[in-house]
Ligand binder design. Structure first.
Ligand code: PMP
Length: 362
C-alpha cells in the first residue's frame, strides 16, 4: 500500500516538490515590478512550450474557459464550423460553437478512433468552412489525432484550425508555428504540473485577423485585453498569483529538461504502460500504437464495471485511476501518464491491476 495516494489519472497531475514549495511564497501585488518580472519569464517560456513566436494568453479558468475564449472571439452568428469529434472533448467544442449560433457540421469517429485526413480533405474540398475544431489528445478515449496533418489540410482550404491541446501541450510533440496551427488551448493541471485553475491560449496571425472581424466577442475572455497586457508583461484582471508562482517554477523545470526530452519521456512512459497492459492480457480502447495518446490510456474493462476496479485500486493500493465518461462510463478505466509520473509508478499500477484481476477473479 502506498503511503500517499498515487495519482494515475489523466489530470489533475501530481505537483513536483519545487512547484509546491514555490506556491507557498507570500503574495505580492500583481501590479508590482517584481510580479511583472515573473510574468515576463512565464510569457517567454509559454512561447517555448507552444513553439511559437506569438503571445500566449493566460486565463484564470480551467481548460474549458480557453475553449470558450477560442470560439467566442472567432465565431459570428451563422458561421460554418466543422467540429472533428473523437470523444467527449471534441463534443465540447461542438456545444460551444452551437451556443454561439454557428452553423455546425460534426464529423465523428468510432470510439477510440481518430479523424481520417482523407475524409477531412474530402469534406473541406466540397464545403466552404470558416473554422475547424479538433482535439489533439482525446483524454476520454486515449486516442490522439494527427494534428500536424489535419491542420495542414485545414490551412490548404483557407479555414481556421482551433486545437484543443489541453492534455497534449507540454507532454506531446506540438509545434504551433511549424504545423500552421491557428489557435491552440492548454491548461495548467495537465503537462504543466500546476494545480487546476489556469488555462492558456495562443492565436496565430490568421486567427487574429479573423478575431478583428468578430462582432460579438467574449467579455472576460476577450483577446483584446490580453493582446495589450501580454506586451506589457501584465494581466488584465487580478490573477491567481499563487498558481502563477507554480507555473513559473514548472516552466523552468520544462525549460531545463528541454521540451523534446519532456515529449520523449511521455512517449516512453505511455508505450511502457501500453506494452505492460497488453502483455498482461488487458485490451486497450485505442489499440493501434500509432493513434495513441501519450498522456491518457483507456483500458476496456470487459464485463466488469470499472467502478469495482477503481474502488479496489484505491482501497487496496491507494492508487487513483479514472472511470470512462458519458457512454464509456463503467465500460473502461483510464490511466494517466502525464507530468512527473515515473516508470516505477506505472509499474506499481499495472502490478496492482494484475493482482486485482488474478486474485479477485473479477
Ligand atoms: N479537453 C481535454 C482534451 C481535456 O482533457 C479536458 C479536461 N480533462 C478538457 C478539455 C476540459 O478541461 P477542464 O476540465 O480543465 O475545463
Amino acid at each position: 500500500m502506498n503511503q500517499f495516494p498515487l495519482l494515475m489519472i489523466p489530470g489533475p497531475t501530481k505537483i513536483p516538490p519545487d512547484v509546491a514549495r514555490r506556491m507557498c511564497e507570500p503574495i505580492i501585488p500583481h501590479r508590482s515590478k517584481e510580479f511583472s518580472a515573473i510574468l515576463k519569464d512565464i510569457y517567454s517560456n509559454l512561447k517555448y512550450v507552444f513553439q511559437t513566436k506569438n503571445d500566449v494568453f493566460i486565463f484564470a479558468s480551467s481548460g474549458t474557459g480557453a475553449m470558450c475564449s477560442a470560439l467566442e472571439n472567432l465565431i459570428n452568428n451563422g458561421d460554418k464550423v466543422l467540429c472533428l469529434e473523437s470523444g467527449v472533448f471534441g463534443r465540447r467544442f461542438e456545444f460551444i460553437a452551437k451556443s454561439l449560433g454557428a452553423d455546425v457540421h460534426t464529423m465523428s469517429v468510432k470510439v477510440g478512433g481518430v479523424i481520417s485526413p482523407d475524409i477531412l480533405e474530402d469534406y473541406l474540398s466540397k464545403n466552404k468552412t470558416k473554422i475547424v475544431t479538433l482535439t489533439y489528445s482525446e483524454t476520454s478515449t486515449g486516442a490522439a489525432n494527427d494534428v500536424k496533418t489535419l491542420c495542414s489540410i485545414i490551412k490548404k482550404y483557407g479555414a481556421i484550425s482551433v486545437v484543443d491541446g489541453i492534455s497534449a501541450i507540454a507532454s506531446m510533440e506540438f509545434k504551433m508555428d511549424e504545423w500552421g496551427v491557428d489557435v491552440a488551448v492548454a491548461a495548467s493541471q495537465k503537462g504543466f504540473m500546476v494545480p487546476p485553475g489556469l488555462s492558456f491560449l495562443c492565436a496565430g496571425d490568421e486567427a487574429l485577423k479573423t478575431f478583428k472581424k468578430c462582432q460579438t466577442k467574449s467579455t472576460y475572455f476577450n483577446w483584446e485585453y490580453y493582446i495589450n497586457t501580454v506586451k506589457e508583461n501584465s494581466v488584465p484582471f487580478t490573477p491567481p498569483v499563487t498558481l502563477l508562482y507554480g507555473l513559473d517554477e514548472s516552466l523552468k523545470l520544462i525549460q531545463t529538461e528541454g521540451i523534446e526530452n519532456v515529449v520523449l519521456r511521455h512517449k516512453n512512459l505511455a508505450m511502457y504502460l501500453r506494452n505492460s497492459l497488453k502483455d498482461n492480457g488487458f485490451k486497450l480502447l485505442t489499440d493501434d500504437d500509432k493513434n495513441a495518446s501519450y498522456t491518457s490510456t483507456a483500458v476496456i474493462s470487459e464485463n466488469i464495471s470499472s467502478v469495482k476496479i477503481i474502488k479496489l485500486m484505491k482501497e487496496r493500493y491507494n492508487i487513483y485511476i479514472a472511470n470512462g465518461q458519458l457512454e464509456l462510463k463503467n465500460k473502461i478505466f483510464r490511466i494517466g501518464t502525464i507530468g512527473c509520473v515515473t516508470k516505477s509508478e506505472v509499474e506499481a499500477t499495472v502490478n496492482a491491476l494484475k493482482d486485482i484481476f488474478d486474485f479477485d477473479n473479477i
